[in-house]
Design a protein around this ligand. Sequence first.
Ligand code: GLN
Length: 323
Amino acid sequence: SPIPDYLLEVLESCAQDRSGELADYIPELASADADRHALALGTTDGVSYSAGDAEAQFTIQSVSKPFVYALAIDDIGLEAVRARVGVEPSGEAFNELSLEGGTGRPLNPMINAGAIATHQLVSTEGCEPLDDGAPERLARTESVRARTGRVLAGLSAFAGRELHIDYSVAESEFEESYRNRAIANMLRTHDIIGGEPTEAVRGYIDQCAVLVTVRDLALMAATLAGGGVHPVTGTQVVSAAAARQTLSVMATCGMYDGSGRWLARIGIPAKSGVSGAIIGVLPGQVGIASFAPRLDSEGNSVQGVEMFERLSQDMGLHLMSAE
Ligand code: GLN
């Protein structure tokens, strides 16, 4: 197949652009190797391709948000999720301290406010606390570990293999997480979340520290593309309705305040994260994942955006295109 060579060519040509910065508000990410990079595709019928450091592991960060949103929808139902988290683009940075006027809901599940709330909506019924040697630290209570266990199992089902949490990244983020704690306190004030706000932040940050490769992310994205069915294991990970809802929100909110420009230029529902990953999903067809750590001012991977732009143009992937 010519596809691997093509992916490598795209990866290498985009690697020329060394602009952007590593996320430095998470100390462990600031010391990551900025020159690792990879690109992968996974089709809904189970064929996958990759180029570059396809085995390199990095933390999933905000790319976890759409998947956990889909899990929450199946756990408690769309209406119950919608009562607490909206579906409107915020046009603001991912970590903005903002809630909808009147309801106090976070605007959408792709910004931190919405993702912290969504993490708390996942059901822990019948879940044992995660027993993976997690350091016993502030706020990592049994109920936090039960929820993290459920989220980790869900993300693993999306990937089709057992995933693990990088607790050094989680610890490093949690220590400096004053902004996310402010967001969680705000959510607690409006009764969007219950319990101790710090516990919600702890669980959400552990969720963000799940280790993945581009290959995992391409399969996770392909699972959303395939109406919730994993292309290789055949497992129905989430319902088709949850997958559709999730892709709709990715299309309008996945790239934060760059979402409108992204949809017009690239035309693929997507989600980015501060470790430098981006996933894109073409419904019914393919999941795409890129990894390159330097970020633009909106927190999206510079080279990742360029790679997606190339793929969209060369392969005619823009969803709004009539050709
Ligand atoms: N864990 C990160 C945070 O909460 C995730 C943000 C991101 O990837 N954009 O700040």
